[in-house]
Design a protein around this ligand. Structure first.
Ligand code: F6R
Length: 260
């Protein structure tokens, strides 16, 4: 794991830079997109690069990590709608190039299997953007998730529902209980994982992810087993890291030729 600790502008440039390098070298790149607050600055920066420097997504594809079960197609918090609003409609993805699990499907288990097959048919995800929950979830793999899990239905913890109530006018009861989510093994199959976390409320989950034991209790800790992970943190999210000084020094002295 490479841990980068810096201000939000730096973290944003590092993440957007990794996406841009991929798109420029291989326009048919497959991206993995997270929803939530953490990646928003990166999406804004990618839109800026698209508008001002011609960065194109026209031949790329993208897959969402997760989706609420039962939110209708026109619900503003449906993740497929959120991604459309935050990035997809603001760049030049081809029609149908951005897909997510179908939380309105009659047969949810079949929708999950189909989603896995669609990702595999696309050749797998080249770069996956991730956030992390205060309880250590990635995508919606809550504590207790199998480290070998694939896309499936999950039940959100009350902590996550409370955390996400801000997107539902502060009303916890309006946050769906059930979600479809890529599994931990699905995420682990992506070739490069770029995780963003900011704020003190993420500090314990970040510590457990980077420095704790690999355990289903802190699902993000499975990323320790991935060969190419970039963890982008502000000072507050890095606040409980035991080796923070070492990560800072490593980044400061990173050879110019070495990219994230
Ligand atoms: C969203 C997702 C979640 C979020 C996490 C952090 O697609 O997969 O794991 O990344 O809940 O959310 P924010 O960024 O809003 O703090």
């Amino acid at each position: 794991m490479e841990v980068v600790i810096g201000g939000v502008p730096t973290l944003t440039q590092v993440a957007a830079g990794a996406v841009e390098r991929l798109l420029r070298s291989r326009p048919e790149t497959v991206l993995g997109l997270a929803t939530g607050s953490s990646p928003l600055a990166v999406y804004d920066e990618l839109v800026r690069r698209h508008t001002e420097t011609g960065l194109s997504f026209a031949r790329a594809r993208a897959f969402l990590l997760d989706e609420y079960v039962g939110l209708p197609a026109d619900h503003p918090q449906r993740y497929r709608t959120v991604i459309e609003r935050e990035i997809a409609s603001r760049v030049d993805f081809a029609p149908g190039a951005v897909q997510g699990p179908d939380g309105t499907a009659k047969d949810l288990a079949a929708a999950c299997r189909e989603y896995e097959a669609t990702i595999a048919d696309a050749g797998g995800v080249d770069l996956q953007i991730l956030g992390i929950g205060t309880d250590g979830h990635i995508a919606f793999n809550e504590p207790g998730s199998s480290l070998a899990s694939r896309t499936r239905i999950k039940t959100l913890t009350e902590q996550t529902r409370a955390d996400n109530a801000r997107f539902f006018g502060g009303d916890v009861a309006a946050v769906p209980r059930h979600v479809l989510t890529q599994g931990l093994a699905t995420i682990m199959a992506a070739r490069h994982l770029v995780l963003l976390a900011t704020g003190r409320r993420k500090a314990e989950a970040v510590h457990q992810m980077v420095e704790g034991a690999v355990s289903a209790l802190w699902p993000a800790s499975v990323l320790q087993m991935h060969p190419h992970v970039t963890v982008l943190l502000d000072d507050a999210a890095a606040g409980r890291l035991q080796l923070a000084d070492h990560y800072r020094q490593t980044w400061q002295h990173k050879p110019d030729w070495q990219q994230v």
